[in-house]
Design a protein around this ligand. Structure first.
Ligand SMILES: O=C(O)[C@@H](CO)OP(=O)(O)O
Ligand SMILES: [Mn+2]
Ligand SMILES: [Mn+2]
Length: 650
């Protein structure tokens, strides 16, 4: 679901705070509504453990964080670890990466800059709630006015490998498509297929967790919504039913509330839906309950090591059963933690909570021999918690207790280089021959820069979910540390610092490709704060102006585009597109991405006048950008990529 598919979420009255029913008593069970990484060194998978034998299975040692501030010399990725099996390896090894000069477009004198305005869509609704439209953006306005050098491209749904065109785009699939020039079936779709075909229940990951079915607890941890960006509730339900049907005796869910990919306040509805499924399982004799939770931006789902304290809060709640708040049922937890109508805490930021029994004891701590499933398919916000579960010698925070003999799996493997986690339910997408590989194999230098919140987007996602450098001698990745606050409070974020660093890189003459991501329209858009998002867009417009002028100084060329919409619609709408209002008359904010296409601009003093956008690729999407990039560098595009959007006019 995405922006433009509004749902009114009515605020429910505080739920009855009676003690949770004993799972044994079916009569009472009415449904309650950094440093460098040598990937190979970290690759030893934890062997499956027999139920009886709870000796430590010696999980792999913890490698340090990839990417961020890595020492280039030791951070390169051995070719062989980026592929999964012999067939793929040989396909990759024998692949011809040699780029040929373009037949009509000459190579530029200066560099090519590719600038991603994260979450900046071209929305059909051009009203007061479209921050892109309302913001004063002289730079982007001028770009839109240049004939044959501006168009929009698709950034959502099947154009980026998602299950349907009702799925909004997101940074993972967007940057994958931008960086790889190809459309691959993404995690959401692969999990759907694994459930539909039953393959989910036949794989090694499932076999591992099924060892815990008879005598231990199976825990499911992840984002509870149907946003389809990181996870989907229906997929969780499929796994829960699948586990119970195959003999799981005891199931515990640890739920992270969303309000970012779905409307704020909808957490209550998703908890009710989950409770109904758990009640159904209890009817069938499986002791199934929610055990802990918290808001996705406060608990467990940190990314790119922006704030490890989030992950510690998650560990404490899910594993140890410790949290600042305890409740006897999850609906009461969520409604209470959201607070009163006039001062609500958003679903994204709910405090950690633990569900306890009548005696105050947590109902679902994670114990020796238990199975743990992270049910998110998307990687970025699962990597840190995976490390805490997977690495026995993990030291980033004090885990206090590390359960012995855990059967730990991800919905997918989140990092193919680190092989993290070693065990998973569904194999992740294979994204081969990404544009960065063509660049490094042809000796072309790259500088990539963003702030922490988007750093992995322009590196890890861009490179087809590979951590670290493709070639440390030819690439420089720069991470500007993000603020650790809600971004509507500082909507400029680190745009000016990113601009300054990128200008320096452009002028240095060291790099042929400059890749920049500005986080503001997306990260501020996710807060639902319209005024702050307008400011975010204006800041980015001013920064783009500086970058374009700098590229012009060195006779370079540029592409300015985006990965998906967000800031371009800040209100929930009804089916006809009419803004929806709460009972108090205030507009209902929209925090999610949108289904809108994104702008695509080309230009630069070093771009010959004859280079224009073609008019025969009307359906082009993000995956058509990579070919275009190679053309603007003066090369023919790789044949396996989606077609270019540019040509030299006759
Ligand atoms: O913040 C995130 O995790 C997602 C939204 O769920 O946004 P993006 O895809 O832009 O990173
Ligand atoms: Mn994005
Ligand atoms: Mn986003």
């Amino acid at each position: 679901m995405g922006k433009g598919m509004g749902i009114i979420v009515s605020k429910k009255k505080k739920a009855d705070d009676t003690a949770a029913p004993s799972p044994k008593d079916k009569e009472e069970l009415a449904p309650v509504p950094k440093a460098a990484v040598e990937p190979a060194a970290a690759a030893a998978p934890a062997p499956p453990v027999e139920p009886a034998e709870l000796a430590a299975p010696a999980p792999p040692a913890e490698p340090a964080a990839p990417g961020a501030a890595a020492e280039p010399a030791t951070n390169s990725i051995p070719e062989a670890v980026a592929v999964k099996d012999g067939a793929l390896e040989s396909q990759k090894m024998s692949f011809d990466y040699k780029l040929q000069p373009h037949s009509t477009i000459p190579a530029p004198e200066g560099p090519l800059m590719v600038c991603i305005l994260d979450g900046f869509g071209e929305n059909e609704f051009k009203d007061e709630y479209n921050a892109v439209h309302v913001a004063t953006t002289p730079t982007i306005d001028a770009l839109r006015a240049v004939p044959k050098r501006f168009r929009t491209i698709k950034a959502h749904g099947t154009a980026v490998g998602l299950p349907s065109d009702a799925d909004m785009g997101n940074s993972e699939v967007g940057h994958n498509a931008l960086g790889s020039g190809q459309v691959v079936d993404q995690g959401a779709r692969l999990v759907d297929m694994a459930l539909e075909t039953g393959k989910m229940f036949e794989g090694d990951g499932w076999k591992l967790i099924s060892q815990a079915f008879s005598k231990h607890t199976v825990h499911f941890i992840g984002l509870l919504s149907d946003g389809g960006v990181h996870s989907r509730a229906d997929q969780l339900f499929g796994c829960l039913r699948g586990a119970a049907a195959r003999g799981a005796q005891r199931i515990r869910c640890h739920v992270l509330t969303d309000g970012r990919d779905v409307p704020d306040g909808s957490s209550v509805k998703y908890v009710e839906e989950l409770e109904a499924v758990l009640a159904e399982l209890r009817e069938k004799g499986c002791d199934a309950r929610i055990a802990s939770g918290g808001g996705r931006m406060k608990v467990t789902m940190d990314r790119y090591e922006a704030d490890w304290s989030m992950v510690k809060r998650g560990w404490d709640a899910h594993v140890l059963g410790k949290a600042p708040y305890t409740f006897t049922d999850a609906k009461t937890a969520v409604t209470t933690l959201r607070g009163p109508e006039d001062a609500t805490v958003s679903d994204q930021y709910l405090d950690a909570f633990v569900i306890v029994d009548e005696a105050g004891a947590p109902v679902g701590t994670i114990e020796d021999g238990d199975a743990v499933v992270l049910f998110n398919f998307r990687a970025d916000r699962m990597v840190e918690i995976s490390k805490a579960f997977e690495y026995q010698d993990f030291t980033t925070f004090d885990r206090e207790r590390y359960p012995v003999g855990l059967r730990f799996v991800g919905m997918m493997q989140y990092d193919g280089d680190l092989k993290l986690p070693a065990n998973y339910l569904v194999p992740p997408p294979e994204i081969l021959h990404v544009s960065g590989e063509f660049l490094v194999k042809n000796g072309i230098t790259t500088f990539a820069c963003s702030e922490t919140q988007k750093f992995g987007h322009v590196t890890f996602f861009w490179n087809g979910n590979r951590s670290g450098y493709l070639d440390a001698k030819l690439e420089q990745y720069l991470e500007i540390p993000s603020d650790k606050i809600e971004f509507n409070k500082a909507p400029d974020m680190k745009a000016r610092e990113i601009t300054a660093a990128s200008k320096e890189a452009i002028l240095s003459g060291k790099y042929k490709v400059i890749r920049v991501n500005f986080a503001n329209p997306d990260m501020v858009g996710h807060t639902g704060d319209l005024a702050a998002t307008i400011r975010a867009v204006e800041t980015v417009d001013a920064c783009v102006k500086e970058l374009l002028e700098t590229v012009d100084q060195v006779n370079g060329r540029w592409i300015v585009t985006a990965d998906h919409g967000n800031a371009d619609d800040m209100v929930q709408r009804d089916k006809k597109g009419k803004p929806m209002k709460a009972e108090d008359g205030k507009p209902l904010p929209l925090t999610s991405h949108t289904l809108a296409p994104v702008p695509f601009f080309i230009g630069g003093k070093g771009l010959p006048d004859g280079v224009v956008l073609r008019d025969d690729v009307p359906d082009a999407g993000l995956a058509n950008v990579a070919s275009t990039t190679f053309n603007l560098l003066g090369y023919e595009a790789p044949g396996i990529y989606k077609p270019t959007m540019v040509q030299m006019a006759a």
